[in-house]
Every structure is written in C-alpha cells, then in structure tokens.
Design a protein around this ligand. Sequence first.
Ligand code: HEM
Length: 549
Amino acid sequence: MLAVITKPLEDQVARLSAANMDAEKLLQVDPYWILVINLLKHNSLLLLGTLVVIFLASTASSAQRKYRKLLPPGPPGWPIIGNLLQLGPLPHRTLAGLCRQYGPLVYLRIGSVHTVTTDCPQMIKELLFNQDEVFASRPRSTAGKLMAYDDMDVGLAPYGAHWKLMRRVCMEHLLTTRRIASFQQNRQEEAQALVHSVWEECKQGGKVVNVREHLGSFTMNIVTIMLLGKRYFGSESMGAKEAKEFRELIHAAMALHGTFFVGDYLPFLKWFDFQGYQSLFKRMGKQMDDYYSSILEDHRDRLKQFGIGPDDDGPQDFVDVMLKISAEEGKLNDIEMKALMQDMVVGGTDTASFTMEWCMAELIRNPKTLQKAQEELDQLLEDGHTLQESDLPQLRYLKAAVKETFRFHPVGGFLIPHESIRETKIAGYIIPKNSLVLINTHGLGRNPDVWENPLQFMPERFMGDKVELRDAEFRVVPFGSGRRKCPGAPLGQSMLLLGLGRLIHAFNWAPPPPLLPTDINVMEANGMTTPPATPLKALATPRLPYHRY
Ligand code: HEM
C-alpha cells in the first residue's frame, strides 16, 4: 500500500539523484515531498518517533489554544509541521491567496517558526515604519550560514552591533553619493557596451537576442568595476567561461536562498539533510569563497607593490577601501570583507538586471507602452546627444514604467525576510518574539483592494505631477523601508533607467517570430530575487544611424 502512495514520489527522488545535486534540477523537485518520502520510507524509527511527538503535540494545552486566539487569523496547521506543506512552489502566490481569505495580516506556523505575512500597505507601514526597530532583524538560515559566512554580511546579519558596523561601512565608505558619482563615466561606458553588444548581434537587420544575457553582463560589469576595479565580462575579464560560471553561481545561490529548507523550520531534521541542500550550500559557499579569496589576494599583492592611495571618496575600488579600513582602523577582518563583497555582487546585479528584464518583457507585451517610451526618448535626444545620467529625471514615462514594473514584478517578492526582535502588537494581534515576517510585495502589487486592474501593465497609473520611484503610502516598496532598506537604491535606479533608456532608444523590440506580444511569458520563478521563469528572448532591430552604435 505504502509503495503505491510513494511510487510517484520515489520517481522524483530518482530524478534528484540523477541530477547529481545539480542546483537547477534540484529546484524543480518539490522539497516537501522529498521530506515526506524519506520520513515514510527510509527511517521507520524516525517515523515512529515523529508520530509519537505528533500525538503529544495534538494534545496541546488549553493555555496554548488561548494564546493562538490572540495571534492574527490564519489557516489551520498540522501538529509539529504546522503549515510547512502548504506553501507550494511559489510561496508568495500562496500567501497572497491566504491574505485574500483571512485578512490583511495572516499568521502561520512553518514548522516551529511563528510566521506573519501581509500584502496590505497599512500593515507594511506599521511593520517597516511605525515599528521599524522591532522588525529590523533577519531570521538565521542554513543557507546564510553555509553560503554567506554565517550571516557576517550586512543583508542577512541579525540586528545588532555587527550589522550596525557593516551597514556603516556600506553607507559611509562604499555606497556614498560621491563615490557612486565618481563611477558615473564607467556606467556610461557600460551602457554603450550594452548597446554595442546587442547591435553586434542584430546589425544585419534584426535578430532574436537573449535579453537576460546582455542585461546580466551590464549590471555585473558596473558592480565589479566599483568593487574590484575591473569589468567581469568583456576585454578585461578573467575569461568569458569563468565570468559566466560566476554569474550562474550567483543566480543559483539566490534561488537557493529563496527556498524553504526544512531543517530551518524543523531543527530536529537538520541532521538528516533529506533534501540534499546542505551539501549543495556547502559546495556553492566554497566555490564563491574561492572567488572572493583570490580577489582579496590580488588586491593585497597590488597594494604591496603600489601602496594605498589617499581616500578622497574618488574612484578607488571597494576592495581597496575595505583593505584601507581594515589596515587603519582594524575593523574589518577577511571574512567580513568577503561577506561585504558578496553583498555588493548579489545585491547589485540580479536585482537590477531582472527588473530590467521584467520591464522589457512588459513593454514588448504592450507595444503601445514601448512606443510611448521611445517617443519620450526621441524627443529628449533629438539634438543627437547620447542619454546621460543627468537626463534621467526628465524621463517621466520611463520612470512610470519602471515603477509599474516594481509594482507588478517586484524582484524581492518577500523583500529580504525580516524577524521581530521582541513580542509586539499589530492591529490588536500579538506578534510573538522571533517571528518570521514575510512582507509580500508580489501580493501587494496585485492586491485588488489597492489597485484597479491589478493584472494590467499600465505605467499611466503613476503619471502624476511628479513621478517618484518610492511611494510614501507603502503601495510600492521595491527597496524596502526603514533601518533595513536597500543602501544601493540610488545606484540601482540609475542602472535601471540608463540601461533601459539606451536599449529602448537604440532598438525596436518585438517577440521572436511567430510569437505574438501576448505570448511573452510573464510567470516568475521562485528565489530570493524572482526572475521571469524563462529568460526573455526578443527580436531586436536597430533604429538609429550606424555611427550611434
Ligand atoms: C534595482 C536594484 C535593486 C533592488 C530592486 C534592490 C532591492 C532590495 C531589497 C528589496 C532589499 C531588502 C530590503 C528589506 O529587507 O527591507 C535590499 C537590501 C539590500 N540591498 Fe538592494 N536592491 C537593488 C540594488 C542594490 C545595489 C546596487 C546594491 C549594492 C551595490 C544593493 C545592496 C543591498 C544591501 C547590502 C542590502 C541589505 C541591507 C540591510 O539588510 O541592511 N542593492 N535591496
């Protein structure tokens, strides 16, 4: 009987083994079923133990039942595992559905972890503004432990002295307005390289190009020039193969950071690694560490040869700046420097390139919006000058299109998950200490109580007097808000508008024949950054005179 139930599931596990723990394939297998099969099939003692604990837990005390009534409403869960098996392959969609069913603030128990989620602007304001300090921490995770130096970075570090130090290094030394401005010329050159690389492919009169590839190189180069002092893709790169491998490693790491690793929610199962994730996390953590260690060594060698120049907030690369802080103030050790490098790469590349990819996908799906964006650019650049960062504030329609993209396809579907540092109350409900807080920006952007026609891409909805990418009413929160808000937001916005502006102005874009605009796939994949499920490919045709490329 058991074999009948588990046979289809065993086939999935066989696929997993055949995949030899390959990240892409691993992510196609529903992790919860792997857990269930392993519980059922491979360890009868564990099964027996689990059943006993489930029985004991189901006789929960009346005090516990009373406490449950003080928490926000939510779906009933199973003893021990709570709602773990109900999250589905795209948890942001499942949780948005629960908000429609139970109200703006929903409570779940994922394994042993108290979890609250919302897709409502008022609740988000309460979490990220009115009670920002209470929710300024991050949950610890096995992925963070094994792939992000035990959360020694800034993005995943729990709230406290270490996070404050790392955040200060970011804000006062790395991502300062002057330092970002000092790399403006490099961004300009990368935008030209982006246009040129697409043109090289389609100059003979139109060709289908892999938009994700081009955008990925654009953002990676901008970040690595600031961080390491050299572009990763192109003439100065370490080699096309190595560069591609590195970017794929980052993609896979971000996808894995967004999965629900069962051991984080049921700690007694951590030891068994049923899903095979831990060994994968370790292997990928080691591969990334090798890259960062060699970068650090290269910089140290160079500094030995040429010495540290004066830090005048000029175009010194970030690794040099960190080595200087480390030498002069003794504040940063090697692990912290490598963790910060990783944050800059992870924080600044996929987030921006996937947002651009989503925006391009929607513009191609909606040709009238693409035409409007092109007309705006044609008008601004009619004297023949090339788009500069100083032009960006005037691109009102393009900014509205980017804001609409943030609403409809936010790349941080749950921001980076937050955690409460103490018990508090919201809307009269108790939110326990150490609750996992999933701010559902994906659900927020499609919430029918907030938006008219939420499933239509309409930049016009944001064409007020002044088009601001941030939203004071917390209806669009692409960069989060409060203490943990994105420190790279100004840089991210420049990359988005410059890259998109250049691509839209330089080329006409259409779906690959014979597809129709509406055939462009706009389903997302799961992950900490949510990319389109299939990389965008589109027909590019040059629309400017030859010398502009
Ligand atoms: C379009 C581009 C970008 C988007 C959409 C984006 C989005 C986000 C989001 C949603 C968060 C989490 C906020 C929260 O949890 O409340 C975040 C945090 C962060 N971002 Fe960005 N980001 C972008 C660009 C960048 C860039 C260019 C960098 C640096 C080079 C960067 C570095 C970081 C860091 C270090 C954090 C962690 C902050 C902390 O936890 O204290 N981001 N970003």
